[in-house]
Each structure stands twice: as structure tokens, then as C-alpha cells.
Design a binder for this molecule. Structure first.
Ligand SMILES: C[S@@+](CC[C@H](N)C(=O)[O-])C[C@H]1O[C@@H](n2cnc3c(N)ncnc32)[C@H](O)[C@@H]1O
Length: 272
């Protein structure tokens, strides 16, 4: 899921936070996740579990939602897998799963969960926009907040998912709900502070102007256009509701705003 403020990634100090277009091809994402893997998992690892499949801060679990369908015996690919908690859970359900991520440090950090979970999965370092797998290899491809928010060209992620899926195969991706862009990071903030239609990315710049971190916003219509543009058929958009009694905040997600507005959008699609 999306990080909240952690330490800057490069060897330089954070100088500026801005909403502006920058020269970043997604490389800032790899550097940032490599540098912050340990802190991210220290903060969120307990919630995500060693071998659990949590789709989003609303605590929607694949065990209940079944957005991937029947995975027993299925060939499944996770992109932007982070520490591969979801993949480990799927392996326990009988899936033949591979976890990929652009950050070697995130995948490596996840290996510390293997023993606790009693299961390990194959991992491959790969950019979700250039997957090292032949066409039509998988029955299911998915990501829970991986890759898409961190690249300027999300259409390339959808196109690669479509390419490596067999015809009829399913692509499911969870992202920050586009509506959240308009609201502050404070999970109790209920006043829109920026335009939902402002596509300038959120960027953190170092003292030399290096992009330390970048997160890209797309409207709901942009996400649908990217998916359909990749030749996929959109089946459902799931907007998980904040469950009663769930009081764990995660960055801008929490029960106060969650009672009124969605925080996560999950797109369920398939290759025709
Ligand atoms: C918020 S985590 C999602 C992983 C896991 N579901 C979680 O909630 O921790 C985002 C992941 O996307 C990965 N990522 C960023 N850009 C990527 C890219 N271009 N290709 C593949 N993975 C990428 C990061 O390295 C990070 O592990």
C-alpha cells in the first residue's frame, strides 16, 4: 500500500515537496523502495502478515473477497509484490505463484517471513512494465498497490499484464482511490484541498533537484482508459467500505474519512 512519510531515499536530504511534472521514468520508485524497505515493513509488516492477503488498508482480505477466483492449481503472477505476503498466502491455497518487484530489497526483506509462514515462493526482480515472461504464461496477474502509483506510464503495466495472461485470464489491481488525491494526508481531513483533475505527481526533491520519491495520480476515467487501452475488459470496480470496528489508520486512510469516502479502488478485468 502507499507509504506515508519515511526517510528520503538517496544520499541527499529532502529539500522540497511539490506537485509538479518531473523527469522521472519510474527509477525514483526503485531507489526509494530499496532504501526504505526495512522501515516500511517495520511499520506495516504486522498488519500485512507474513503470509496473508490484505488488499488494502480497509482490511479487505482475498479469503473473503475472492477477486482472483479459484486459485488452486492456477499459474499466478504478482507484480509490485513488495515482501510477497499475498503470494505466500496464495501458495498456501495451492496456487503456482511467482512474486516480482522492481525492488530487490523489498523481495529480500520478505524472505525473513518465509520461516514464520512455513512457505516460500519464487521471486524475480522485475519492472512491471517489462516482465521477463513469455506471452500467455499466467492464469491470473495481480497487484495490491504495487507499481502503478509509482510509474508515469501505467498503461505499460496494464499492457504487460495483458501480454503475459492467457486469453480469459484475470488481471486485478488495487490502487489508491483517485478521490483521495483531493484530500490531505491527515486521515481525518474532510475538506478537499486540491483538484481531483490535477494530474501533476506528488514529488519529493533532494537538495540537488534529484527526484527522491514520486507518486502519480490518475482519475477514475484515466485508470479505465489505461486498462481498456491495453486491450483488457473491465469486469468490476470494487470500492471497499471501511468496516465497523476497524480503527487502524494507514497514512491518509482511517475510520473518520473511511466512513464517508472510499480510499481504495480495485479493478477486476480479463484478457478477452
Ligand atoms: C506499497 S508496496 C505494495 C506491495 C505490498 N502489496 C504492500 O502493500 O506492501 C509498492 C511496491 O511496488 C513496487 N514497485 C514500484 N515501482 C515498480 C515497478 N515499476 N515495477 C514493479 N514494482 C514496482 C515497490 O518496490 C514496492 O515494493
Amino acid at each position: 500500500m502507499a507509504p506515508d512519510a519515511l526517510e528520503p531515499a538517496a544520499d541527499e536530504d529532502l529539500a522540497e515537496v511539490a506537485f509538479q511534472h518531473v523527469a522521472d521514468d519510474g527509477a525514483a520508485g526503485r531507489r526509494w523502495w530499496d532504501a526504505n524497505a526495512a522501515e516500511y515493513l517495520d511499520e506495516h509488516g504486522e498488519f500485512l502478515g507474513p503470509a496473508d492477503f490484505v488488499w488494502c488498508p480497509e482490511d479487505l482480505r482475498e479469503a473473503d473477497a475472492r477477486l482472483l477466483g479459484d486459485v488452486a492449481g492456477a499459474r499466478v503472477l504478482e507484480v509490485g509484490a513488495g515482501a510477497a505476503q499475498c503470494s505466500r498466502w496464495l501458495a498456501l491455497q495451492g496456487a503456482d505463484v511467482v512474486a516480482t518487484d522492481i525492488s530487490e530489497a523489498m523481495l529480500a526483506a520478505g524472505r525473513r517471513y518465509d520461516e514464520a509462514a512455513g512457505v516460500s515462493v519464487p521471486t524475480v526482480v522485475a519492472d512491471a512494465r517489462r516482465l521477463p515472461f513469455p506471452d500467455a504464461t499466467f492464469d491470473v496477474v495481480f497487484t495490491a498497490f504495487g507499481a502503478i502509483p509509482f510509474v508515469p506510464d501505467a498503461g505499460a503495466v496494464h499492457a504487460e499484464a495483458a501480454r503475459v495472461l492467457r486469453p480469459g485470464g484475470r488481471w486485478v489491481c488495487a490502487v489508491t482511490h483517485p478521490l483521495r488525491w483531493a484530500f490531505p494526508d491527515d486521515p481525518e481531513g474532510l475538506t478537499a484541498i486540491r483538484s481531483y483533475f490535477d494530474r501533476r505527481p506528488y514529488v519529493e526533491l533532494g537538495t540537488s533537484g534529484t527526484v527522491l520519491y514520486a507518486e502519480y495520480h490518475r482519475t477514475l476515467g484515466d485508470h479505465v482508459a489505461d486498462l481498456v487501452g491495453a486491450g483488457l475488459v473491465l469486469d468490476r470496480v470494487v470500492e471497499p467500505e471501511w468496516p465497523a470496528g476497524h480503527d487502524r489508520t494507514w497514512g491518509g486512510w482511517g475510520p473518520v474519512r473511511g466512513a464517508l469516502l472510499p480510499g481504495t479502488a480495485i479493478f477486476v478485468s480479463h484478457r478477452p
